[in-house]
Ligand binder design. Structure first.
Ligand SMILES: [Zn+2]
Ligand SMILES: [Zn+2]
Length: 195
């Protein structure tokens, strides 16, 4: 199952030009089996998410991309009450509740902000980002080798053109956010650039 683990839609991500349902249909057309909404620093309301899921032609998962002092973090399974710009605070809650934190596009800024201690907050990095350059993704894939879980892949789509450029392949069929979290925790997945 191919799932794009990094997507932005409007109006929740102000920088995105994509309507949620438009994203879902474009992703389906381009061969994806699922998308994971990762808006900047905010979550979707439960009823709105369920309405999108009912209308979408593929599976829709939900996570978040947090803007923090250590860079952008893709957080899976994190309650919205724990959203914070302090990576330390986010990591403390993630540890308690079993959420998984990945450092997003770790080579984009050219400078890793993590230290020997704070690198422990992350289970891995986003090793394939569809909006990054080839060299940045090579660097990110190299970084992922140092973590306990493999790197994840996502398009980081903000426009129609960017949809479907990258994804994460899972062996099984995932139907819920809980399934996605479990599959990530198992480490049985692979980040892919789809072109
Ligand atoms: Zn980002
Ligand atoms: Zn993003």
């Amino acid at each position: 199952m191919l799932v794009d683990l990094h997507c932005h839609t409007r109006p929740r991500s102000a920088c995105s030009a994509l309507e949620p349902i438009e994203l879902a249909y474009l992703a389906a057309e381009r061969g994806l089996d699922g998308i994971c909404l990762t808006e900047h620093d905010r979550s979707w309301a439960h009823d709105e998410l369920e309405a999108l899921r009912a209308a979408a032609p593929i599976a829709v998962f939900h996570a978040v991309e947090l803007t923090t002092d250590l860079g952008h973090i893709l957080a899976f399974g994190l309650p919205s009450t724990a959203f914070s710009a302090s990576a330390r605070e986010v990591a403390a809650v993630a540890e308690q509740c079993g959420a998984l934190l990945y450092l997003a596009h770790p080579a984009r800024d050219g400078l890793l902000r993590v230290t020997r201690e704070t690198v422990e907050y992350f289970v891995s990095v986003e090793s394939v980002n569809g909006s990054d350059s080839r060299l940045q993704n090579i660097a990110a894939a190299g970084l992922a080798k140092g973590f306990r879980l493999p790197g994840i892949g996502g398009s980081d789509a903000h426009t129609a053109d960017e949809v479907g450029r990258a994804a994460t392949r899972f062996a099984g069929r995932l139907t819920s956010d809980a399934d996605l979290l479990e599959a990530l925790r198992s480490g049985a997945y692979e980040a892919l650039l789809l072109g």
